[in-house]
Write a protein that binds this ligand. Structure first.
Ligand code: ASP
Length: 328
């Protein structure tokens, strides 16, 4: 077995051992090793979401709909109290409220979003209902909550003891200063391409930890946190939402692909745009994109090292370490 093949196999086996950095697949020579050009496929931001990929893959492998796949996938971290960036267990704002942002977009270009939603665990499913049951794209705050309740969702306390304790610790200094890769940016962004080549995406987050009450990030904003165009491809991102909101990063990635760029080149362009425009903030904050085109080719890139993603394709679910613009 040649060395490259051996390394690949070790990595695939290791992909189950999430959290062990030694087992991460390195994206540096992505074109040879990771660019499979095959569907169905599902890709999600951050290593722990390898578990979310499993739920999505179950739908895709059975010939199901990419929209069902991304909803099923995103619901996994939303229900996980140990995921402190999404849904139940998400870190609260500085006043102690867990407020959720989520969105979903289908292959026809329809979209649904919720912002500043409280007490409902599965924000992604509420976003889907907004898309399917209302004439609107975004519902926010109290209106989103009332809509969710009218749809049969139930109120729950999303603030865990762990999250409460983290807030108390944060209050000692009360400084809002994101730390690269551990700034609670484990937002899930997920893209899926099904056997009928329908491309859909979803994103869900509790947003920046200890944010100001009322703050909404990029994740529920179509074109910023997520964009899907079935003719071309889709992109989703994670990181400091303010940098993405000002640059409409996901839309930019898809437009680059429309102009013929490979998904990898497209995500690199979006990262470089942010850094060029906001050099000072970029020094201190992480932003990362993943993209998937309608051929099943993917790309991933971040400002700073340390971003990883999970890709399930051709029956293999792997965590891959993304390339970055800045070096360690
Ligand atoms: N983009 C999210 C936000 O700014 C945070 C994240 O990706 O974790 O709300």
């Amino acid at each position: 077995m040649n060395t490259r093949r051996k390394f690949l196999q070790q990595t695939l086996l290791g992909s189950l051992a999430v959290g062990n950095a030694d087992f991460l697949f390195n994206q540096a020579d992505w074109s040879e090793k990771t660019d499979k050009n095959a569907f169905p496929a599902v890709i999600s931001t951050w290593a722990p979401n390898i578990k979310a990929n499993v739920a999505a893959w179950q739908v895709l492998a059975a010939g199901g709909y990419a929209l069902d796949a991304v909803e099923a996938g995103v619901r996994v971290p939303e229900a996980d109290p140990n995921d402190t960036s999404v849904g139940y267990g998400g870190f609260p704002d500085r006043d102690g409220h867990v407020t959720l942002d989520a969105c979903i977009m289908d292959e026809k270009g329809m979209a649904g979003c919720v912002t500043f939603l409280q007490q409902i665990m599965h924000a992604v499913s509420v976003a889907r209902r907004v898309m399917e049951k209302t004439p609107h794209v975004i519902l926010s705050g109290e209106g989103a909550l009332q809509f969710a309740l009218s749809q049969g969702f139930v109120k729950e306390n999303l603030l865990t003891e762990k999250a409460k304790k983290a807030l108390e610790e944060w209050r000692v200094e009360s400084k809002y200063k994101p730390i690269i890769n551990i700034e609670r940016h484990d937002t899930i962004g997920m893209l899926a391409l099904d056997t009928q080549r329908r491309l859909c995406g979803a994103c869900s987050t509790s947003g920046a930890a200890f944010k100001m009450h009322g703050r909404v990030g990029d994740s529920p904003v179509i074109g910023a946190g997520l964009f899907v165009d079935n003719e071309v491809g889709a992109a989703v991102c994670t990181g400091l939402g303010e940098l993405v909101l000002r640059t409409l990063g996901s839309f930019l990635v898809v437009e680059e692909m429309r102009r013929g760029a490979h998904p990898q080149k497209a995500v690199e362009t979006a990262v470089k745009r942010i850094v060029k425009k906001y050099p000072v903030q970029s020094e201190e904050a992480q932003v990362a994109f993943v993209a998937l085109d309608r051929k099943g080719r993917h790309g991933a890139y971040s400002i700073h090292p340390g971003f990883n993603y999970a890709l399930y394709q051709q029956g293999e679910n792997r965590v891959i370490e993304a390339g970055s613009l800045f070096e360690k």
